[in-house]
Design a protein around this ligand. Structure first.
Ligand SMILES: [Zn+2]
Length: 116
């Protein structure tokens, strides 16, 4: 398990979108980042990282939940529960979910069959 003291300096969390199923949240950093906003900041951090998994990419947006670093205005919106997704992220979520569904429906790749 990554330790918050050495992993992803300055980040509250990270996702492994190309691996497809794991995120790591540094709860101690979330707590220290803004003690008055811990619950909402944790929720938004989880949404941000899960969205990386759903989109299947590490890309960030210029605004909204998928912004790389939330500034004071973003944190104000988080406090009000109003920070939302940029329109392109909604599209990327749908595309990512569609790609997962197609991958799950594809027939398994079989290796060479031994001669009988
Ligand atoms: Zn991110």
């Amino acid at each position: 398990m990554p330790h918050s003291g050495t992993s992803a300096p300055g980040s509250l969390a990270f996702a492994l979108p190309y691996e497809g199923s794991h995120i790591v949240v540094f709860y101690d950093r979330v707590q220290k980042s803004d003690p008055s906003l811990v619950t909402r900041l944790l929720a938004y951090t989880l949404v941000h990282e899960v969205t990386h998994i759903l989109e299947g990419i590490t890309r960030h947006s210029k605004r909204g939940i998928m912004k790389a670093h939330w500034d004071g205005e973003d944190r104000f919106e988080i406090g009000l529960g109003r920070l939302d997704f940029a329109p392109e992220d909604i599209d990327l979520i749908y595309r990512g979910v569609d790609a997962r569904v197609l991958a799950m429906a594809a027939p398994p790749i079989r290796g060479p069959v031994a001669a009988r």
